[in-house]
Design a protein around this ligand. Structure first.
Ligand code: HEM
Length: 349
């Protein structure tokens, strides 16, 4: 249980203090391209409340799971090594010098408990032993929260809220019959897949983050292991965990962590999470490598520890502060929702 204690929970006084310090964030200094309207705190509170209702409806009894990325496929101890040849213009925060950080990595299915279903997959990374001021949370940690598709189906938090409301009203059919939501539908249909393994696919932050004083970047992580899993002839409920286990028995897992710099706000907007930043215009540059080896991860105890882990894109150095309104509302929502599901945990008999 030591790794759980070491990395999972943030102490309440630290979180309350940093929340107070960040309370003026939406109206404070804006980064170029950010367009806050002063309604973001109220919006975050409304969205949190709606999501709590959705989660409670989904799990009327027992322990609540995450609203998004609810099926833990597995959590792993890993090493995050910052490369020696990071280009000078990207050397900020944890990428300022070569170093190794212990990492904790969670893979998940976005919306289904059954691996056979087409779905998005998530990858969440928490580094520990990191130095520098944090934007929120506990000093010493840096989280990265990533999805297996380069864009989000919603451009703005308001669009995300409409989607949550439709779920709550059990109105998804009407929601997607509305031509205003056809772009979202198209993105969701394209985003869903049935990969051979979560270790074989690429992940993206989809939303932008600050890099140093005046750059904006998006993150992406791509596999660099020689080993590739084979697609099974028969997909099963837990085929992804089986593929991950076979991979680990045969080879180490390796991902390159990459940064993509924003070159202009017109084609690479901060405030539209559904807009892909063109890789021809600005290619992703590898800056670090994530590696991990064979370890147990499918036992009931290991999966329970994985379930209890918490990530928040705001658990971040200020030099990597999340940007834009979509990221802004996530701070409060992730904090409230993880506390909500942790409170629902049944005490051990
Ligand atoms: C306003 C927009 C968003 C809302 C309301 C939202 C909501 C949530 C919530 C409530 C959770 C569960 C938190 C917990 O119980 O610990 C979650 C988890 C997650 N979300 Fe989001 N999300 C948003 C945007 C995004 C974006 C842009 C990404 C793109 C990478 C993303 C990827 C993930 C992932 C990977 C997780 C799992 C984190 C973990 O492993 O604990 N979400 N989201």
């Amino acid at each position: 249980m030591t790794r759980l204690n070491a990395i999972r929970r943030l102490s309440l006084p630290t979180v309350l203090l940093s929340t107070l310090l960040c309370a003026t964030g939406a109206l404070g200094q804006q980064f170029a391209g950010e367009q806050f309207n002063g309604q973001e705190d109220a919006l975050a509170a409304q969205m949190s409340s709606l999501i709590k209702q959705v989660v409670q409806n989904r799990y009327p009894t027992g322990t609540l799971r995450r609203f998004n990325q609810a099926k833990s496929l597995g959590c792993f101890d890993a090493r995050f090594s910052v490369n020696e040849n990071v280009p000078a213009k990207l050397r900020f925060g944890i990428f300022s010098h070569p170093a190794n950080y212990p990492a904790w990595v969670r893979f998940a299915n976005a919306s289904t408990q059954d691996d056979e279903d087409k779905d998005l997959r998530g990858m969440s990374i928490r580094l520990s032993g990191v130095s520098g001021d944090v934007a929120w949370g506990q000093p010493g940690y840096q989280d990265f929260v990533l999805n297996s598709h380069p864009v989000l189906f919603a451009a703005t938090p308001e669009e995300f809220q409409e989607f949550i409301q439709a779920q709550l009203d059990d109105d998804m059919l009407w929601y997607f019959l509305n031509p205003a939501h056809w772009d979202s539908l198209l993105i969701l249909l394209n985003a869903r897949g049935r990969p051979a393994s979560p270790f074989d696919i690429r992940y993206w932050s989809t939303t932008p983050y600050q890099l140093g004083p005046n750059q904006a970047v998006k993150y992406s992580v791509k596999p660099c292991s020689d080993y590739r899993s084979e697609k099974p002839n028969d997909y099963t409920n837990n085929y992804l965990r089986a593929a991950m286990q076979t991979h680990l028995e045969n080879a180490a897992v390796c991902f390159d962590f990459m940064l993509q710099s924003q070159t202009n706000n017109r084609d690479m907007p901060i405030e539209d999470a559904s807009a892909e930043w063109d890789e021809d215009e600005s290619p992703f540059v590898p800056v670090a490598r994530l590696t991990f080896g064979h370890q147990p991860f499918i036992s009931t105890e290991a999966l329970d520890i994985c379930e209890q882990s918490e990530f928040n894109p705001w658990q971040s150095l200020t030099e990597h502060k999340p940007l834009g309104r979509m990221n802004y509302v996530r701070k409060q929502i992730y904090q409230e929702l993880s506390a909500f599901r942790m409170q629902s945990r049944q005490p051990n008999p």
